[in-house]
Ligand binder design. Structure first.
Ligand code: PGA
Length: 239
């Protein structure tokens, strides 16, 4: 696992976008594992810029996102599908039929999890997986628990996650209580992992994930075992 620190959010975002762009240039039909949240917004901004200015071509790329709220349709303003449309998909030439997220309206989340894992497997796994990290150490919505969960699965969100995400909703009561997330199997199966963290508040969990005990109580810590994981940190939140 390689750790890199950046003076600014902008610089971290540019480097993260460069890493993703390098994968796409080397393999035009790459499978990109993507993430939502505030942290990757700058990375997507740079990817959009590279598409516009340098012709970075997404026409043969496939994207698979980590997670989605359960109970929100993709058209909902706070759905992760909507987030991805706003921050990346509609600004680049990715084929909309090759952009995948778990279905937040799935009647049977366990079945949806099996379908999603089979999809990722049929694509040959992801070439690079972009990750944020929650204040509690979660990746995707793999919250701290007693064991690492391998398949894509439904989760009850941790109260700290609900509080953290309330900033995007009119009130905390509107934040969905459940989500469906890629499990550690699909995440860890990525050929390359890029985890980003920004802001002083993330420093202690970042250090626990990067150098602390490998434990499902800090879900991101398992990435210490990945053969090609990079952890990027900046104190700058970029606001
Ligand atoms: P954030 O979320 O980027 O909005 O801080 C990260 C996460 O919860 O994974």
């Amino acid at each position: 696992m390689k750790e890199q620190r950046f003076a600014t959010y902008e610089e971290m975002s540019r480097q993260a976008a460069e890493a993703i762009a390098a994968v796409v240039r080397a393999k035009p039909d790459a499978v990109l594992g993507l993430a939502t949240g505030s942290t990757p917004v700058g990375t997507y901004r740079h990817l959009v810029r590279m598409h516009r200015e340098d012709g970075l071509d997404f026409s043969r790329v496939t994207t698979v996102n980590l997670d989605e709220y359960l109970g929100l349709p993709g058209s909902h303003e706070q759905s992760y599908r909507h987030f991805m449309e706003e921050h990346l998909f509609r600004h680049v030439n990715v084929d909309p039929s090759r952009t995948f997220l778990p279905d937040g309206l799935a009647e049977d989340p366990a079945e949806e999890g099996r379908r999603y894992d089979a999809l990722v497997e049929s694509l040959g796994g992801t070439d690079i997986q972009l990750l944020g990290i929650g204040l509690d150490g979660h990746i995707g919505f793999n919250e701290p628990c007693d064991e690492f969960v391998r398949p894509t699965h439904a989760v009850d969100l941790d109260p700290s996650t609900i509080r953290a995400n309330a900033r995007f909703f009119a009130s905390e009561s509107e934040v969905p209580r459940r989500a469906i997330t890629m499990g550690m199997g699909a995440i860890f199966g990525a050929r390359r992992i890029l985890l980003l963290a920004a802001g002083e508040a993330k420093l202690s969990i970042f250090e626990a994930a990067a150098r602390g005990a490998i434990t499902p109580r800090v879900p991101a810590s398992i990435l210490q075992l990945h053969p090609d994981a990079s952890f990027f940190f900046t104190r700058d939140r970029g606001e």
